[in-house]
Design a protein around this ligand. Structure first.
Ligand SMILES: Nc1ncnc2c1ncn2[C@@H]1O[C@H](COP(=O)(O)OP(=O)(O)OP(=O)(O)O)[C@@H](O)[C@H]1O
Ligand SMILES: [Mg+2]
Length: 290
């Protein structure tokens, strides 16, 4: 069942932030110096069926959306360099604004002073998160794969998100057992699952989030994060994997880019199925890697 999106701060803004250091990937495969990113779309009436991604098929009418197959790249060294350069002055601004709020008082209009410095502090936090996520995207694609029990990995993700789920008055269902071993980068996969689970929490006012997994065959597993939230309108659905696309005031729009990257690095694929009023379901298929 769908739930209205009425929680404070969960408002849809329809913002697509400007692309930073993104250049088009010319289809030669992931180059070693670049960061795989779903990138800006070339326009709705493009020759790729309107999605802007070569090989990225248009929605088939069932509300599903595969992740882009061949996204653009950013220059890894340049991206990391800029992110590092931004981080230091940003931290300084953050520390200074905290001091201004705590230790100084304005000559007039204390309320407005508190409000304005509060905006600066919040924006510093948000830009800081963008930089951190961007640095994460810019890291070399090195997976630290090891054998892990998939049930335990999923349970850890569920247990980590549970306090946020409870605090938001939502319910979390688990539907997985006896999945056995996989060979994955457990930390990265955990981060991908938490990004999906957190998105669900942030999108919903009431309802249920379901973390499910099954073995598809001896070699592949499927993991799904489904919610009974407001769903995603079609024009937004085709942009959710774009870096910096966010409808949340406090979002960076990089969460799903990271998820896509982590899944791709594992040789897997991710799809999203969603429609307004019908909730949202992200499905990841992964090789067990054993
Ligand atoms: N489960 C969901 N239900 C509804 N909308 C969603 C869901 N997951 C993602 N979205 C939409 O996709 C957008 C992009 O998600 P993404 O995780 O990349 O960024 P974000 O959540 O906005 O920001 P951040 O991850 O940095 O907090 C969201 O802003 C939201 O509009
Ligand atoms: Mg997110």
């Amino acid at each position: 069942m769908a739930a209205p999106n009425s929680r404070p701060g969960a408002g849809r803004r329809g913002v697509c932030r400007p692309y930073l250091l993104v250049r088009r990937h010319r289809g030669q495969g992931a180059d070693a110096g670049g960061v795989l990113l779903p990138g800006p779309r070339s326009g709705r009436s493009g020759r790729d069926g309107g999605t802007g991604y070569p090989g990225f098929e248009r929605e088939s009418g069932d509300g599903s959306r595969p992740a882009p197959a061949r996204p653009p790249v950013v220059d890894r060294a340049l991206a990391a360099g800029v992110a590092h350069e931004v981080r230091d002055p940003l931290n300084a601004i953050g520390v200074i604004v905290q001091r201004l709020r705590r230790e100084f008082s304005p000559s007039r209009d204390g309320g407005e002073y508190a409000q304005l410095t509060g905006v600066v502090a919040d924006e510093v936090k948000r830009v800081n998160r963008i930089v951190e996520q961007f640095l994460e995207l810019a890291r070399p694609p090195a997976l630290q794969k090891r054998r892990a029990n998939l049930d335990e990995l999923l349970e850890r993700a569920a247990a980590t998100i549970e306090p946020q789920v409870a605090a938001a008055g939502l319910a979390l269902e688990r539907d997985f057992s006896g999945l056995g071993a996989v060979e994955v980068d457990a930390d990265q996969l955990q981060q991908a699952l938490l990004n999906l689970l957190r998105n669900a929490v942030e999108a919903m006012a009431t309802g249920t989030i379901r973390l499910a997994a099954q073995l598809l065959d001896d070699d592949r597993v499927e993991i799904a994060v489904a919610d009974s939230g407001p769903g995603i309108p079609p024009d937004e659905l085709e942009r959710v994997f774009d870096p910096y696309f966010t409808t949340r005031a406090e979002g960076t729009g990089l969460g799903l880019s990271l998820v896509h990257r982590i899944v791709s690095e594992h040789g897997g694929r991710i799809e999203v199925h969603s429609a307004p009023g019908e909730g949202t379901r992200f499905t990841i298929q992964l090789p067990r890697g054993l």
